[in-house]
Design a binder for this molecule. Structure first.
Ligand code: PBG
Length: 338
């Protein structure tokens, strides 16, 4: 009995193009470079660096260290930094009014980083959760995050950030109409060059867990009727995909320059759908929980840390993302030979 052929003639041997590094590089379809990385960074008001327990290798940086990190980003070829504030719990209140402070932590960090490395883009989160004692992204009334009143505050917060020197406003609050309100306010203030990268398709996700420790927003709410323990009335249901396209379409119509899908790896299908449906730069956020999963498994010896980091980041490029917001940015840039 003759052996059945492996494949139809002429023999299709897919492994021919995998036999050596040079040919693998030659036929590679996507590449990851430091220019694809936005460095997700947490800052605090005090001195020195404070490790975040649930994110091994990540510390909250002082404003001074953030400025040094901006120089590091420049030398590593990382184009931009996304800054997140850790606010002292005693200073938070229900309205999150510290979010508007022109002399507060965010403004100081933005100014220090822009002074240190003006060539590096700075992106600020537009949302109230680091500043509210309940940990929600907006103003609570009778257990609901009220939309329009929140948008009014967010516009004030964003204008403050833009005036401090922030290049990209990244509204992460998921209120309706916020991109349009931001764009209108920026035009009115003569800040027409400030970019908006909207968290357009942002899901109510368990993967933000470690971030809550990082920024000190603790356990969200109390879980009571007056103070819900999740963000499901404003962030998207993880079961949905068509809705993500509607969210993106709206944010584009309202004046967003770039959009984001968040979390990252569990939502790569959404990244691909948005990239295919719209002609604008689409970013993905590899969130705190994704970082923690890789690091925890690596620390147990269950994953090869460096290979897992680069593979996870490369997956976003394959899905069509223009870039990735990630806590791995400086490490990955170094691994990429920067
Ligand atoms: C706040 C915000 C969150 C993240 C970025 N901005 C948390 C949330 O929406 O609950 C998550 C970042 C991360 O997990 O790394 N609006």
């Amino acid at each position: 009995m003759t052996k059945a052929p492996l494949a139809p003639f002429p023999a299709l041997r897919m492994r021919r193009l995998r036999q050596a590094d040079w040919i693998r590089r030659m036929v590679r379809e996507t590449v990851l470079t430091p220019s694809d990385l936005i460095w997700s960074m947490v800052v605090h008001e005090g001195e020195g660096q404070i490790p975040v327990g649930s994110m091994p290798g990540i510390s909250r940086l002082s404003v001074k260290d953030a400025a040094a990190a901006a120089k590091e980003a420049r030398s590593l070829g990382i184009p931009a930094i996304a800054v997140f504030p850790h606010i002292d719990g005693a200073k938070k209140d229900a309205s999150g009014k510290l979010a508007l402070d022109p002399n507060g932590l965010v403004a100081n960090a933005v100014k220090a980083m822009k002074d240190a490395a003006p060539e590096v883009g700075i992106m600020c989160d537009v949302a109230l959760d680091p500043f509210t004692d309940h940990g929600h992204d907006g103003v609570l009334e009778d257990g609901r995050v009220v939309n329009d009143a929140t948008v009014e505050v967010l516009v004030q917060q964003a204008l403050m950030q833009a005036k401090a020197g922030c290049d990209i406003l990244a509204p992460s609050d998921m209120m309706d109409g916020r991109c349009g309100a931001l764009r209108t306010a920026l035009e009115a203030e003569g800040l027409q060059d400030v970019m908006i990268m909207s968290y357009a398709a942002k899901y109510a996700s368990a993967f933000y867990g470690p971030y809550r420790e990082a920024i000190g927003s603790g356990k969200l709410g109390t879980g009571s009727v007056d103070n819900p323990g999740d963000k499901k009335t404003y962030q998207m249901d993880s079961a949905n995909h068509a809705e993500a396209l509607r969210e993106v379409a709206l944010d584009i119509a309202e004046g967003a320059d770039m959009v984001m899908v968040k979390p990252g790896m569990p939502y790569l299908d959404i990244v691909r759908q948005v990239v295919d449906a719209f002609s604008l730069p689409t970013f993905a956020f590899q969130v705190s929980g994704e970082y923690a999963m890789i690091m925890a498994a690596a620390q147990n010896g269950w994953l090869d840390e460096e290979r897992s980091i680069l593979e996870s980041l490369g997956a976003f490029k394959r899905a069509g993302a223009a870039g990735i917001i990630t806590y791995f940015a400086p490490r990955a840039a170094r691994m990429l030979g920067a």
